[in-house]
Design a protein around this ligand. Structure first.
Ligand SMILES: [Zn+2]
Ligand SMILES: [Zn+2]
Length: 170
């Protein structure tokens, strides 16, 4: 029996194309078979302490190490290379705030894309629309993607998908 087999395995959640690690970890924790109430509870299972909590906040300084990614990989059954794809590419500066959204993308597939947080990224290249940085109705900043459960503004409940109508052409 190797070490991997001693660690508890979590219910498998398939990652989406381009999904940010913050959004993925939130989904993974809420997945019924897992039901982990906090980032810390996931960190504990993976022996990573508070590290996964930082990733949920999109704080990647210091950058996640291969060892940390392997530790997470062993409990989530997604390999470390696939987890690396949920991070900004090496050398790419990521801006953790504000959280950005292409509502048109979200209306098609409801999840947060890591590329929206690239520092220089101001528009969605698929839709050629400016990314939103706050609710178009009440101007509340978007919560961290790990907390995107209903896909709506936590203050006024306007759905993210409906915000597309106010996204300006670039
Ligand atoms: Zn888009
Ligand atoms: Zn709002």
């Amino acid at each position: 029996m190797n070490e991997d087999e001693i660690r508890p395995k979590l219910g498998y959640v398939e990652p989406y194309e381009g999904e940010s690690i913050s959004h993925y970890l939130g989904r993974l924790r809420r997945f019924k078979a897992n039901s982990l109430p906090s980032a810390y509870s996931l960190g504990k299972i993976a022996d990573l302490g508070a590290v996964t909590g930082r990733w949920e906040k999109l704080y990647f300084n210091p950058r996640p190490t291969q060892q940390e990614l392997e530790a997470l990989a062993s409990v989530v059954a997604v390999n470390a290379d696939r987890l690396t794809e949920m991070l900004p590419p090496t050398g790419m500066t990521l801006k953790p705030r504000p959280i950005k959204l292409c509502a048109a993308c979200y209306a098609e597939e409801p999840y947060h894309r890591i590329e929206w947080q690239y520092k220089e990224q101001q528009k969605c290249v698929r839709h050629n629309l400016r990314l939103l940085t706050k609710c178009i109705n009440c101007e509340t900043p978007f919560p961290i993607p790990a907390d995107w459960v209903e896909g709506e503004c936590p203050h006024c409940s306007l759905s993210f998908a409906k915000m597309a109508k106010r996204q300006r052409r670039n």
